[in-house]
Design a protein around this ligand. Structure first.
Ligand code: GCB
Length: 617
């Protein structure tokens, strides 16, 4: 094809996206990095919105500024220097005119790479990019990924050079078959919203390392597992937990997995004492290192050198249900929860470390022992911090409201998002619940879809509970979802006293609900504009919201195993356009400034203090 033909082909080809639709990157190729050393590519990147998707249409992996004869040619699409955008960041907050932009954008930057040894492999990890992204390295399309909130890794060993030009296109257009789909009650921030990192690994490496307490009620069996990059049998893996006197070497099976269960007496992780243990793992065929070679890598002569090394800090705890109760390390607990979106004070998905800490401190002040991180996976740092702080977590994927439940690709997308989340956070003791959806219609297709997701949780992880936030059955006024047999904790959202003006509805539902499983209210709430005071019956006043919570407690206390008020902070929502909300959902117990507490905050605080006291008795 000569230049002219190519030009025509680029603008006349309706099906231009076909050749860019390469297979999606999935959780299978993820390289765990919680404590691996990586090189961050964060900072200011070249950036431009690309409304007509011209970059992808023309496969402009590299912008050519000169023709074959070396003459300068006009560059209409200069993706490198038009604008700049922060990575991680959301374009909506970068420029006022991009606030409502939904579509494709192009990020680009260069980086320098020098191999540290001949057999080294290089991966790129993207913490999250909302929603569909494509990675182009040195002009070549290297990967495509779907899902706006989970991490993925891409091997770039064969494409990388010393001087590199990296382009990431991100498209956040809402589509019917996506997860979430077309409508939801939060803001659709677009962009590369979490860090981009380079990971160097040897040719044989540990893809995932896991450590957990076996949930067998003994509190003594520790399971250690390492999965290699390839299904290779007979490779040695060494696990060390020095503080527990564990130092053991196991060989991989035909799937490339090395696993052992060891008897130990760890101090258990819980909310009062979130004890974490340093866990180390090595893999490969160890060789002895001597003399100067040993000195060069800071080892003693005669030391064993392995091929790969990973480490993590893991808490050992057991979460379990029995009958209607939930037990943490054998002790019955009440889930004193609150829901929370991942949104910064200024708007935008990127929280500072202080803002994250503030969430934990505020939830603690309110008396919470668990946070429901709604309605999509929050950043990895949240779970790492929760582990340290002793806060339990409910994590979920955005299977929210209407989803194209009969679409196989949609299921694969949801399933992959769930697997990416589980692989990322499976060593976090704080995470005790995986939730597979929120307020979805109780249809046959949805049952197939979501029971499938529940099965994925169970296949991958026997150390956590499975739940979903269900709708109430308004015909029978009860919790009667067909998904109930597939979950451990039955959760339902209710707004009796707000959307439905009689508080008695909640009492009725609980009267009609007889389930031999723990039941929790996964959402309940009422809107209130901070500083707007008035009568107890007047909507959007702090007094009304205060009264609302008094009523919820009056009807639900003693009949449920946990409660999650909706929501800790007000948040941006394009479906809330009225004078009291102005594009925000105002059901926060605290205003968007994350400081101004509304009256209802203190009602929940008093309630949770009482519940915590009852637990101690
Ligand atoms: C719900 C949704 C939540 C909404 C909330 C509301 O049931 O799960 O995402 O924001 O209600 O404010 O209506």
């Amino acid at each position: 094809m000569n230049r002219m033909e190519k030009e025509y082909n680029d603008i006349l080809n309706l099906d231009f996206d076909r050749e860019n639709r390469i297979p999606l990157v999935t959780a299978d190729s993820f390289v765990c990095t919680a404590f691996r050393s990586t090189e961050k590519l964060d900072g200011l990147w070249g950036f431009t919105p690309d409304v007509f998707r011209t970059f992808t249409r023309k496969r402009l992996g590299e912008v050519k500024t000169r023709d074959e004869q070396g003459r300068p040619v006009p560059v209409d699409l200069d993706f490198n220097s038009l604008l700049k955008a922060e990575v991680p960041g959301c374009w909506n907050c970068q420029e006022e005119r991009l606030w409502y932009y939904e579509g494709e954008a192009v990020y680009s930057r260069s980086f320098y790479y020098e191999k540290e040894n001949a057999s080294e492999r290089l991966f790129l990890k993207i913490g999250a990019a909302n929603y569909e992204s494509r990675i182009w390295l040195n002009g070549k399309l290297a990967a495509r990924h779907k899902g706006g909130f989970t991490p993925f890794s891409v091997e770039i060993t064969d494409l990388v050079r010393q001087e590199n030009h990296l382009v990431i296109t991100v498209n956040n257009r809402r589509e019917m078959e996506q997860v979430p789909s077309m409508t939801y009650d939060w803001f659709n921030y677009g962009g590369i919203t979490r860090s981009v990192e380079l990971i160097r690994v040897p040719s044989r490496f540990i893809r995932v390392m896991e450590a957990a307490l076996v949930p067998d009620k003994t509190f003594h069996n520790i399971r250690l597992r390492a999965r290699l990059n390839e299904p290779e049998e007979g490779v040695y893996c060494r696990f060390v937990i020095e503080e527990l006197g564990i130092d053991t070497t196991v060989q991989t099976d035909e799937n490339g997995t090395a696993e052992c269960i060891l008897w130990a007496s760890p101090q258990l992780w819980d909310c009062e004492n979130p004890r974490l243990y340093h866990i180390e793992a090595w893999c490969g065929q160890p060789s002895v290192i001597e003399g100067e070679a040993a000195e060069a890598v800071g080892e003693k002569t005669g030391a064993l050198i392995w091929e790969d090394y990973v480490e993590d800090y893991v808490g050992f705890r057991e979460i379990r249900v029995q009958g209607k109760d939930i037990f943490l390390n054998g002790k019955k607990i009440y889930l004193r929860g609150v829901c929370c979106h991942e949104e910064s004070r200024k708007g935008g998905r990127i929280l500072s470390e202080e803002e994250r800490m503030e969430i934990f401190h505020t939830a603690r002040e309110m008396g919470c022992n668990i946070l429901r991180l709604t309605h999509y996976p929050h950043s990895e740092q949240m779970a790492l911090l929760a582990d340290k702080m002793g806060m339990l977590l409910w994590e979920e994927i955005p299977v929210y409201w209407a989803i194209d439940f009969s679409n196989k690709d949609t299921y694969e997308d949801a399933r992959n998002q769930l697997r990416e989340l589980i692989v990322r956070d499976r060593n976090r003791a704080s995470v005790v619940i995986w939730s597979v959806g929120n307020e979805n219609p109780d249809t046959e297709e949805r049952l197939q879809f979501m029971s499938g997701l529940a099965a994925v949780c169970r296949e991958m992880d026997d150390t956590r509970l499975v739940s979903a936030a269900c709708l109430v059955d308004v015909n029978t006024m009860s919790v009667k979802d067909r998904l109930i047999p597939y979950v451990d904790v039955v959760a339902f959202n209710e707004y009796y006293g707000w959307y439905y003006r009689d508080y008695e509805g909640l009492k009725e539902i609980l009267d009609h609900t007889a389930i031999e499983k723990p039941v929790v209210i996964s959402e309940t709430g009422a809107g209130a504009r901070a500083g707007h005071f008035g009568g107890r019956e007047e909507l959007f006043t702090e007094e009304h919201q205060e009264r609302f919570y008094q009523k919820q407690i009056e009807y639900a206390d003693g009949r449920i195993q946990g409660m999650f008020p909706w929501i800790l902070y007000d948040f941006v929502s394009p479906i809330r356009m009225n004078p009291w909300q102005e594009g925000k959902n105002s059901k926060g117990l605290i205003a968007m400034d994350k400081t101004t507490k509304k009256k209802a905050f203190y009602i929940m605080q008093e309630y949770y203090q009482r519940k915590a006291g009852e637990e101690k008795e």
